[in-house]
Design a protein around this ligand. Sequence first.
Ligand SMILES: Cc1ncc(COP(=O)(O)O)c(C=O)c1O
Length: 368
Amino acid sequence: MTQVPFFSFAAMHNALGEAPFDVFRRFWDEQWYILGASVAEFETAYAHWNGTQYCVGVANGLDALHLALRALHIGPGDEVIVPSNTYIATWLAVTQTGAVPVPVEPDLRSYNLDPARIEAAINPATKAIIPVHLYGQSCDMTAIMAIAAKHGLFVVEDNAQAHGAIHAGKRTGSFGHLNATSFYPTKNLGALGDAGATTTDDAQLAEQIRLLRNYGSSRKYYNDLPGYNSRLDELQAALLSMKLPFLQQWTEQRRNLAALYTAQLADIKDVVLPECTEPERHVWHLFVIRTAQRDALAEYLGAQGIGWMIHYPLPPHLQEAYRSLGYQRGDFPLAEQMADTCLSLPLFPGMSEQQVEQVVGAVRRFFT
Ligand SMILES: Cc1ncc(COP(=O)(O)O)c(C=O)c1O
């Protein structure tokens, strides 16, 4: 039986042809590997593409979030509002500064931070909100920015899953004071290793990130502040610059695949499909369905040779890593419900309509 992988790089690699090998040869010959022209070029290209004044490349998405919070002087005694349903990196960035993550539940239609629940979590210790554009769909940034302005809070978008998603005519990653993204290989724009970036319109904040990522140093061997080593690698930056021009067409492919899934799964009443109010604005990092029979369906798909994943099986508040925060099952029921019922189906640039039909056929057979 033909297998449908959960994800494949093949079509994206094909589109790049021999270019990555030429780049490698150039690097081999030029012998400059850290903070050079390739990082600067990618930063300029990504900032322009994202609609921000500045982009500062860093080592990965977690560091992008962490350094953003550091640049905003968030630390011990502060609270930061985070989604109850997100990848743990969003919370880790907060706890790495010594601040406390304060979870807010999602709107179960979009799976994103529910603006109506945010104000109840704000108190004098609250310093920032981190909206996560989960699975590729923008949060309601109009509402979130208004709440932040009303209470004098910073906003740091976690745009790891939503390169190119649009809200109110602007790309995600361009709303917050300082925003973070990841170029982990399977992200919509992915490197061939770890990579990340921050984006902002604020020159001073961009400069702070430049210092923080490079030992707190702007002049070699002179250190203005105790920084980190979190630099975007030259080779990864060159590969990202090469992939960026293809991102729009890869996003269109994701949208077409999501539309096919949505049309073909619509009549299966035991499956909750992802709600997308503005299909042309969602970038479909993941196609996540929900069903009460999630574990049995996953096992069935696996047996049929169809890849699947769960994003995410255990919310941060129930992770062993956060036992010290003192949360229990039942504290964030919507995040727990998501974790218990969500299933991500295969979706990647280059996936064929026939492969979608294979997945849909297997889901249908399971439910009938
Ligand atoms: C929502 C979210 N935030 C942050 C990250 C962290 O990115 P990275 O793995 O590059 O550190 C990821 C991806 O892993 C993510 O999905």
